[in-house]
Design a protein around this ligand. Structure first.
Ligand code: ASP
Ligand code: MG
Length: 464
């Protein structure tokens, strides 16, 4: 059984949803072959219509600030957008039901907005209730569309099957409870040859209070549902062809990476290739279920990237090269570091106290260099550190991260890499213990040429 997750751009409007219908139909044709290993399903997981979650969060803030009329106007506009898209449901009876569902959901939100406006506060619980509505209505809408186009689908309320902890907006799915609920509600549907359609991002705690899994959480939903139901594959349908060998805005001859290991995908996502957040597919990887990224705008020509725990060896050491701009380097030097313990801990505590995360770290006996993305609290951080060390900072830097499982088998790779980038000054250099990546910090102005050279030399060949 396959889980197919469609992101916000894949369900943004009528023509996008039409494409979803043909993609699901094609998968279904495979699934109904008696000899097919995937003879059940698929299970469909959908995000909110593109942009809907942002709108809903904006509306919640507006209501909390007391602008009830403004919030209502925006809710009515968003409701109208959903009703317009619902025109895609061709069966009149089904369409009426979908429209009523949408009107009821937005009617509830208007009442909630009114109450929040009076209270002048949006509690996490209400924020989740509002945000969740995007996926609740989009999944009902997609279920109705599939059904009216001859695909036997059933809407499944995510709040009944994804059981989570209580932390609103970052609710952790509870695997045993979710497995039980899916077995009870989704398994019978699959057994009777129906296509369950579930909203991503949304769940409910043990008491039945609506929760959400955090922004971008629909991938996480798909992974959890797939893992709990022992799916054979999880497909993430999005609006790009897959993970690319480099940032296409900087390098022109990029290619789709056909097969990545999960560890490689994590390294790449970290430094900018944000097709999916690796922690969101962890449940699938934990159960060794392959995850495939596919482009819903070009379903007839699916290139796609497959992500599995391990991947077959390729003849190239480098899988892809990720990059990130707008980085600041902080150098911290102190002779107190010599022969003393606890110094690094104190340094990192200062960053932690100011909610600033550190990306690349290099150290020597007397100095530590780190890169940070978010410089909002840097003045306070520097002031605190200056009590114990000499501190300098340099902005407009960039990170280049060369990633590949193959690096483990090629001890000389770092020298080839340095040779390829020629005389460009390198501010920091690190090779991780797992030897799956080599990270360079350079001046932003050198990024384009470095990225091109590394990509041309190590990535631009035909991929196996
Ligand atoms: N709709 C949610 C968001 O925009 C979840 C998702 O799309 O994955 O964050
Ligand atoms: Mg997403």
């Amino acid at each position: 059984m396959i889980v197919m997750k469609f992101g916000g751009t894949s369900v943004a409007d009528r023509s996008a949803i039409e494409r979803v219908v043909s993609i699901v139909r094609a998968a279904r044709q495979v699934a109904i072959q008696p000899e097919s290993p995937d003879w059940r399903g698929p299970v469909v997981v959908v995000s909110a219509l593109g942009g809907a979650t942002d709108r809903l969060l904006g509306i919640a803030a507006q209501a909390g600030a007391g602008d009830i009329d403004g919030a209502r106007d925006h809710l009515r506009a968003l409701c109208a957008r959903h009703l317009e898209v619902a025109g895609i449901v061709t069966q009149p009876d089904e369409r009426r039901q979908v429209e009523q569902f949408i009107r009821d959901a937005f009617g509830d939100l208007e009442r909630i907005a009114g109450a929040l406006g009076v209270l002048g506060e949006v509690t996490p619980r209400w924020l989740d209730a509002i945000a969740a509505t995007g996926e609740i209505v989009s999944s009902r809408l997609v279920a109705g569309t599939l059904l009216s186009q001859g695909l036997a689908s059933t809407w499944v309320d995510a709040r009944r099957v994804v059981v989570t902890g209580d932390t609103h907006f970052a609710a952790p799915p509870l695997v045993p409870e979710t497995t039980d609920a899916l077995r009870k509600i989704v398994d019978p549907l699959l057994a009777s040859r129906r296509i369950p359609v579930v909203g991503g991002f949304v769940g409910a705690n043990r008491q039945g209070v609506t929760t959400t899994l955090g922004r971008g959480g629909s991938d996480y939903s798909a992974a959890i549902i797939g893992a709990c139901l022992d799916a054979s594959e999880i497909q993430i349908w999005t609006d790009v062809d897959g993970m690319l060998t480099a940032d296409p805005r900087i390098v022109s001859n990029v290619q789709v990476v056909p097969h990545l290991s999960f560890a490689e995908a994590s390294e790449l996502a970290y430094f900018g290739a944000k097709v999916l957040h690796p922690s969101t597919i962890q449940p699938a990887v934990g159960k060794n279920i392959p995850v495939r990224i596919l482009n819903s705008t070009r379903p007839q020509d699916p290139v796609g990237t497959l992500i599995t725990k391990d991947r077959p060896p390729s003849d190239r050491p480098l899988t892809a090269v990720a990059s990130k701009q707008g980085v600041t380097v902080v150098d911290i030097t102190s002779t107190r570091m010599l022969d003393s313990h606890g110094f690094l801990k104190r340094i990192f505590e200062v960053f932690e106290d100011h909610g600033t995360s550190v990306d690349v770290v290099t150290t020597s006996e007397v100095s530590v260099s780190v890169t940070v993305d978010n410089t909002r609290h840097l003045p306070e951080i520097v002031a605190t550190l200056e009590a114990v060390a000499e501190v300098t900072r340099e902005s407009n830097m960039a990170i280049v991260c060369a990633v590949g499982d193959g690096l483990q088998d090629d001890p000389s790779f770092v020298s080839h890499l340095l040779e390829a980038i020629g005389g460009v000054p390198i501010r920091m250099l690190s090779q991780a213990a797992a030897r799956r990546n080599i990270t360079l910090v350079i001046h932003e102005t050198d990024l384009e040429s470095v990225l091109r050279r590394v990509h041309d030399r190590f990535c631009a060949k035909v991929l196996t």
